[in-house]
Design a protein around this ligand. Sequence first.
Ligand code: NAD
Length: 290
Amino acid sequence: MAEILNGKVVAAEVRSEVAAGVAELKERGVSVRLDVILVGDDPASATYVRMKQKDCAEVGIESKDHSLPASIAQNDLAVLVEELNEDPAVSGFFIQLPLPEGLDPLPLISAIDPSKDVDGLSPLSAGRLAIGLPGLLPCTPHGIVQLLKRSDIELAGKEAVVIGRSNLVGKPLAQLLLRDNATVTVCHSRTKNLPEVTRRAEILVVAAGRREMVGAKYIREGAIVVDVGIHPRDGGGLVGDVRLDEAEAVASWITPVPGGVGPMTRAMLLYNTLKAAWAGKYEEETQPIR
Ligand code: NAD
């Protein structure tokens, strides 16, 4: 029976480290602030933003939202991005996605100063990650790697297989696993004989966005399985991309849904905000947290 990789517990550990770092900066007269650009009235986006602001409050990070109507012009959003780039009171900021129809997120995300890009999704941040320069890392893949490392799972030399090649999860995760010396295979919707490939994995990360797609036949005996997917369960609650009952019988470690990758993603946004504030003020000093 697989053991649980408890994202809730590890995320709480990250949050308490962030809270300590925020307090340390406060003592030096520096406040840490996260701004969010929220456009339109999508209820799910509004909920996510509220959750992120609650997380901020818990660790002492100030937050400010810029709520704008869906009718706003692309150029006005570009002006706001520039203002936030320039404002020294803003440690970091992000644009809540998706944007309403008619607005193109890529030029806006591309204009975010990499030192404030707390989502880590701009082409500059992605490029820095790809060539091994320091920078702010995308929250979900970074959260997954932190969850594994803080659970004392060694990555170097491991066969890692990632299902999914999105810019949000699969691609940056592959880069991070590579950085930690895993041997990485990336699978996607056109991969042939998927179970054959995934059964090679000592670490299998599933980010396909397909409800309960991965069952026992995809999983090597004793593998570590990370389930990134989030889907509403019929009758309430959430399920992932992995069939938990089948996977539990084969894997050695598994992340639950909910309570696995989700809390880590949220914690890493706070981590990035602190890191942005710290680097902006005390670049030459050691980071307060790992
Ligand atoms: P996406 O739709 O952008 O990408 C999915 C990827 O999976 C694509 O590269 C596609 O090629 C691949 N894929 C799809 N079907 C496949 C199949 N049958 N076989 C092999 N590969 C297949 O999705 P995303 O943004 O990367 O998100 C993936 C999932 O993770 C979603 O369920 C999303 O809700 C969830 N997610 C969770 C968190 C979290 O914090 N827990 C964060 C981000 C995304």
